[in-house]
Design a binder for this molecule. Structure first.
Ligand SMILES: Cc1cc2nc3c(=O)[nH]c(=O)nc-3n(C[C@H](O)[C@H](O)[C@H](O)COP(=O)(O)O)c2cc1C
Length: 172
């Protein structure tokens, strides 16, 4: 049986929901990552930065824009050194200025991807997958980047059935 890994980044704190800013204890992408794990099994690995991004939405967008412009690779609390033993890797994150947060690249650039199947997953508020698929193809050398999924952030908590159907199709 193939083995699945779900790597995700998700930010708690203020976020936009249909035009309103609300503070949430759990980020949108975390719901989706958990739904994947419930649907197909697999280990969850949460990417967490040493320096937290601002809980304030607007301030966080500024921090993220700076990191993107500088191609920053923020330090993480812990790293996965290897994904040996896994066949399928779901890489889940929010769309930040059109791609994954730079912290996702801090992790994925450290891994040998040879022979793995990668499934890009992004939550967003309009940009869909942005350039995430292309960016993963560049970062995950030797992997095949396969089926992908974009979920609107404000519907993430209620996306269990959609995510489950898609994830099961990926690992068949
Ligand atoms: C720093 C930042 C930048 C964002 N940039 C975009 C963007 O370029 N396009 C978009 O559709 N949504 C953007 N969003 C909205 C998020 O992608 C969306 O709310 C996502 O579901 C948040 O996921 P999370 O709660 O797991 O962190 C941005 C949000 C933040 C905080």
């Amino acid at each position: 049986m193939s083995k699945n890994l779900i790597i995700y980044y998700s930010r708690k704190g203020e976020n936009y929901f249909g035009g309103d800013i609300r503070s949430v204890p759990k980020g949108n992408t975390e719901y989706v990552a958990e739904y994947i794990s419930e649907a197909v099994g697999g280990d969850l690995f949460e990417i967490e930065t040493v320096r937290e991004y601002s809980k304030d939405y607007m301030e966080c967008t500024r921090e993220a824009k700076d990191e993107l412009s500088n191609k920053a690779r923020p330090e993480l609390k812990r790293y996965l050194d290897s994904i040996d033993g896994y066949d399928n890797v779901f890489i889940c994150g929010p769309c930040w200025w059109g791609t994954y947060p730079m912290a996702v690249f801090s992790q994925i650039e450290k891994i040998d991807w040879t022979g793995k199947k990668v499934f890009p997953v992004m939550t967003h508020e309009g940009s869909g997958l942005g350039s995430s698929v292309r960016d993963l193809r560049n970062a995950c050398k030797g992997a095949s980047v396969d089926s992908d999924l974009a979920i609107e952030g404000s519907s993430a908590a209620g996306s269990s059935a959609k995510v489950s159907k898609w994830a099961k199709g990926c690992v068949e």
